[in-house]
Ligand binder design. Structure first.
Ligand SMILES: NC(=O)C1=CN([C@@H]2O[C@H](COP(=O)(O)OP(=O)(O)OC[C@H]3O[C@@H](n4cnc5c(N)ncnc54)[C@H](O)[C@@H]3O)[C@@H](O)[C@H]2O)C=CC1
Ligand SMILES: O=C(O)C(=O)COP(=O)(O)O
Length: 524
């Protein structure tokens, strides 16, 4: 049974796909209510209220996936999750329109002073001259961060007859032209815009992006909007700009601390606020909850997730194509690791043939995870493999080649260790399975499955019989046996697959046979 903790208010209807599964048990409690059972959950579903900290993750040792029913993951310690091999997913598109519409509603409310006028009329006043506003038509809108929401805001702004001036270091000219906006530097946007709205994530670069220095570069009488993340506009440094009248008004849906409590900004009449409502529509909540619920189901069915923050994106189509190589990669890594039971510095993976045209990043991560698994005590999977390798000083790289050794595809792994290098090559034959076709300098052909026994010996007549006798005497049945050699009379090897693992006594007995150099168990 998969146990899912839903710790924030997530649409019931959106969770329906999860409820249809007999294998999923959903518990709806906040983290403190669930304190005593945190260790039992496999998945955690949140919005922005739950803070998924390192400390919380440490209390949830079974956790495999965190789903964010929304966009921003700044409430999740993604690095800490990655370190623990926990997948983090979000629902990047589901609330875009709602957040863009909310931004627009805030913009209109800000320049027409709707919230202030509303309060006045409700207080039984009728003071029309106190609420003279500005038109949006003909104004210059500065958009900082032109992703999903920023670009939807731009479409609406153009329909209102505004000109749109964008700063986004990652925006291409083609996309800007297509959406009818002009690209500028940050300073240019600050200097020309009548209204500035921010739509970036909160990162090291964007925290305090609109602080003292940049606010001073804005036009006198500018309006500011933050429906993205608290802290992109620095709240403390905004205060003198409001006091001096340099900033004519501010609309905030988000705050550095939520709720903001008795924040000095709330005392300003020209600061209008909502309690983080950008995504709070029935439609957006249904969308984001459905998206994460479906992703969660895929994840627990062993299918790829498409909106992971800490895994390369992988569509179902691509996953189906790479699946076989993903498993082969895992096995190559696992076998190589057991064979190279010494400190290693570098893994070099070469893809040849049909596999070279696929999404190899994923295959390499799988191979790396296979390699690291016997070496680390904690969970290692494709989420944290790169991080764990780095921590252990193991570098890795991918190469592409035309040399398939006669197979349709070939993955070759070379492990560089102290004074020793080991190469293993494998291929996947559709409808047949994986084959290891090269092992430590010897051409061979065996299926990497089950309990394998590796025997390296000198190429002499009678070796197969001697090995068979020892195993027979120990009541060990051989399922398959493959032999290979570098040259006649030279280094040779046997790979046996056995019905059960052999104990140390068998290994010792085999090692005593003349001309046998090495005997090793291998797990695949
Ligand atoms: N108020 C609310 O309820 C909601 C808030 N949000 C927030 O809105 C923000 C935008 O969300 P999306 O548009 O979906 O994200 P997105 O990822 O589609 O767009 C973000 C854009 O910011 C740009 N960017 C990143 N660093 C930048 C920098 N230093 N300077 C300028 N541009 C930079 C990126 O290139 C990207 O185009 C996020 O912070 C998200 O958490 C999203 C949904 C609802
Ligand atoms: O999706 C986002 O980034 C949001 O800010 C929405 O937050 P919420 O899910 O409404 O707490």
């Amino acid at each position: 049974m998969v146990r899912v903790l839903v710790s924030d208010a997530i649409s019931e209807e959106g969770l329906a796909p999860l409820r249809t599964s007999a294998h999923i048990d959903i518990v709806q409690k906040n983290v403190s209510e669930a304190e005593d059972e945190l260790h039992t959950f496999d998945a955690l579903l949140v919005r922005s209220a739950t803070k998924v900290t390192e400390e919380l993750l440490a209390k949830m040792p079974k956790l495999k996936i965190v789903g964010r029913a929304g966009v921003g993951v700044d409430n999740i310690d993604v690095d800490a999750a990655t370190k623990r091999g926990i997948v983090v997913i979000n629902a990047p598109n589901g609330n875009t329109i709602s957040a863009a519409e909310h931004t627009f509603a805030m913009m209109a409310a800000l320049v027409r002073r709707i919230p202030q006028a509303h309060i006045s009329v409700k207080s039984r006043e009728w003071n029309r001259s106190a609420f003279v506003g500005n038109e949006l038509f003909g104004k210059k809108l500065g958009i900082i961060g032109f992703g999903r929401i920023g670009s939807e805001v731009a479409k609406r702004a153009r329909a209102f007859g505004m000109t749109v001036h964008v700063f986004d270091p990652f925006l291409t000219k083609e996309r800007a032209e297509k959406l009818g906006v002009s690209i500028h530097s940050l300073d240019e946007v600050l200097a020309v815009a009548d209204i500035i709205t921010v739509h970036t994530p909160l990162t090291k670069e964007t925290r305090g992006l609109l602080g003292t220095e940049n606010l001073a570069k804005t036009k006198k009488g500018v309006y500011l909007i933050n429906c993205a993340r608290g802290g992109i506009i620095d709240e403390q440094t905004l205060i003198p700009f409001l006091e001096s009248g340099h900033v004519a008004g501010v609309a905030l849906d988000v705050f550095e601390q939520e709720p903001p409590g008795d924040h000095p900004l709330l005392a300003f009449d020209n600061v209008i606020v909502t309690p983080h409502l950008g995504a709070s529509t029935v439609e957006a909540q249904l969308n984001v909850a459905t998206q994460v619920a479906e992703e969660l189901l895929h994840f627990f069915e062993g299918q790829p997730v498409t909106s992971s923050i800490n895994l390369p994106a992988l569509s179902k189509d691509v996953y189906e194509k790479i699946q076989a190589f993903y498993h082969l990669g895992r096995k190559l890594g696992l076998i190589a690791s057991q064979f190279m039971n010494i400190p290693v510095q570098e893994l070099s993976v070469t893809y040849a043939g049909t596999v070279a045209d696929l999404e190899t990043t994923y295959i390499t991560r799988s191979l790396l995870a296979g390699f690291l698994r016997p070496r680390v005590a904690s969970t290692v999977n494709e989420v944290n493999a790169a991080m764990v390798a780095k921590e252990r000083g193991i570098t890795y790289g991918e190469k592409f080649s035309d040399e398939t050794h006669g197979y349709a595809n070939c993955i070759s792994l070379t492990v560089h260790g102290e004074n020793k290098t080991f190469t293993i090559k494998g291929t996947h034959v559709p409808n047949y399975g994986d084959r290891i076709v090269h092992f430590d300098g010897v051409t061979i052909d065996f299926a990497p499955e089950g309990h394998l026994l590796y025997i390296q010996h000198h190429d002499r007549p009678g070796m197969i019989g001697k090995v068979g006798n020892v195993l027979g005497a120990h009541n060990v049945n051989i399922a398959t046996m493959q032999v290979g050699r570098q040259e006649a009379g030279g280094k040779a090897m046997m790979i046996l697959s056995l019905d059960k693992p052999v104990d140390d006594a068998v290994l010792k007995a085999l090692a005593q046979i003349d001309d046998i150099e090495t005997v090793k168990r291998l797990e695949a």
